[in-house]
Structure formats: structure tokens, C-alpha cells
Unconditional design. Sequence first.
Length: 322
Amino acid sequence: MFQRHRRLRSSAAMRNMIRENQLRVEDFIYPLFVVEGEGVKEEISSMPGVYHYSLDLLREEIEEVVSLGIQSVMMFGVPEHKDEVGSEAYNDNGIVQQAIRKVKEWAPQLVVIADTCLCQYTDHGHCGVICDGEVDNDPSLELLVKTAVSQAKAGADVIAPSNMMDGFVAAIRQGLDEAGFSQIPVMSYAVKYASAFYGPFREAAHSTPQFGDRKTYQMDPANKREALREAASDVEEGADFLMVKPAMAYMDIISLVRDNFNLPVVAYNVSGEYAMIKAAALNGWIDERAVTLEMLTGFKRAGADLILTYFSKDAARWLKEQ
Ligand code: PBG
């Protein structure tokens, strides 16, 4: 006697009937990079199909996102002026604040998520302030709170802190509540590894650290139990979503977070993961569509509820065609 597993794979209809996980366009969050100036639509060289937009050209992109049925975007600001304390991050008229206001005006129903970090805004490229050559945790929190409140004032629907300072969720939650934004959820980059897969993003966001690396605040890729500690403290501090980042090489972590917590889990399919698939596809070495849909479905199978991906627009189109 043996099991005939192939019975349930005998036709497309049968396979459709027993499929356990399905991608939906509602699963996707699309990242956007906004820059100062006018007339800018500039492709990021290591991320084909992803652009820097100035505000005057952003509207077209937003309209496309909406027409594809994508419900949410993550906004990254790339400011012209950088300084020691990242003051453009919490300028109420900063580039990301202006962009958020515009996007909410053009597409009020779109869920606008603001990435809350300092690294694009500091001249040293670290995610917090520097004291005696080190990234100093608690003074950084104050600036991150100011940033989050300023983004909420601009109309952000969700605040997504990606800085990996300790206590950032508690600090931001309290700051938002005190400023009258108790209804704004926090999507915490709870489990964020010090990853080489962020390379293309740092080109896109001009956020490469000018000295050292991020290993004193982002996690060691070798660690798994530590992911549970990071996620647990963010839950306690009041996070509404838990993000795992990167995604492809961290499927076990997505699954672990899914099994141990009840909050929605977000997988961040990062820039290096995007660049690898694009590069191989441009060389004709892989089938981009098949590989991408397989990868995205894998994130869902691992336990992600939402996927933050540069492939959102492509995937939305492919799902429509299916
Ligand atoms: C900011 C931030 C980074 C990414 C998202 N937010 C870079 C970093 O931590 O260096 C990376 C995203 C990507 O690679 O797509 N802290």
C-alpha cells in the first residue's frame, strides 16, 4: 500500500481547489522614494523599474498604483539637506511630509505608511544620533518621536519605525497618543537584521553609513531566538503589526513570528532580493514572473499577512492576467 498524492494534482481545477495559500493584491505594500526638486523621474540603477520621483511627477505613479488595486504604499523621503541630527526628518515641511499630504489629497483611500528612521536624513548615515562615535539610543528616541508625530500630522495612516533603537515602539506610541494620534497604528520593523541585502536601497535612499556599520542596532543574521525577544518587546510596547526584514533568506523567522504572536505579520522583500531577480531575468536566466509569484506565495505560506515589495505593481498586473 502507498499513498497516491498525485490524485489531487490531476488537473488545474483540482489543484485550484486544494490550494492552501493565495496571493491577493490587498497583500501588497508598494515602496515609493520621493525627492526634492522638479521634473525628477530617475530610475535607481540597481533596481530596474523603481524610480526617484519629485512631487510634480509622483501623481502619475500614485494613479497607476491605485488603478492596479494596490491599497497601500510605504513612503521614503530622500532629502537634499542632511545634518548630524537628521533635522529634515521632523521638518513639518520636509520632503516626505509634503509627499504624504499630496498623496492623501490625490488618493484619500490609499493607506499611506511612513517609514520612520533617521538614516536618510543624517550626514553620517546612521539611524540615530552619534555620541562619542556610537549611535546613542535614548537621545535618538526623542528625534524619532518628533519624526513620527510630524508624519502623522502630515496625514500618514500608519507609522513604520525601522530604526532598531531599543524602546522605539513605546516612545513613538506615547508620542503619538500625546499628540492626539491614538488611532494611528505602529507597524514595527520588529525583527530587522543587519543584512547585505539592503545594498540597492542604500543607493536609492542615499543612506549608506559613512563610518562603521549597523551591527550594534540591527540583528545578527545568525540569530533566531533573539527574534522572539525583539518581537515580544515590541508587542508589549504596543506595536500593531510586526515586520520581519529581509524576507527571502528569513522564511524561518517569518514562520516563527507567525506561530508565536497574534499580530499581523509583514514580510519586507528587500531591495537586494528584488535586484537579484531583476538581474537574472534581464539576462534571460530565469522566468521573472514565475519566480516572483513563487517567492511571494512562499512568504504567505511562511505566515506573512502582508508583503512589502518592489514587485507590487508587477505582481498586481500578473494576478489580474491570471
Ligand atoms: C532604513 C531602512 C533600510 C531599509 C528600509 N528602511 C535600510 C537600512 O536599514 O540600511 C532597507 C530596505 C531595502 O533594502 O529594500 N533604516
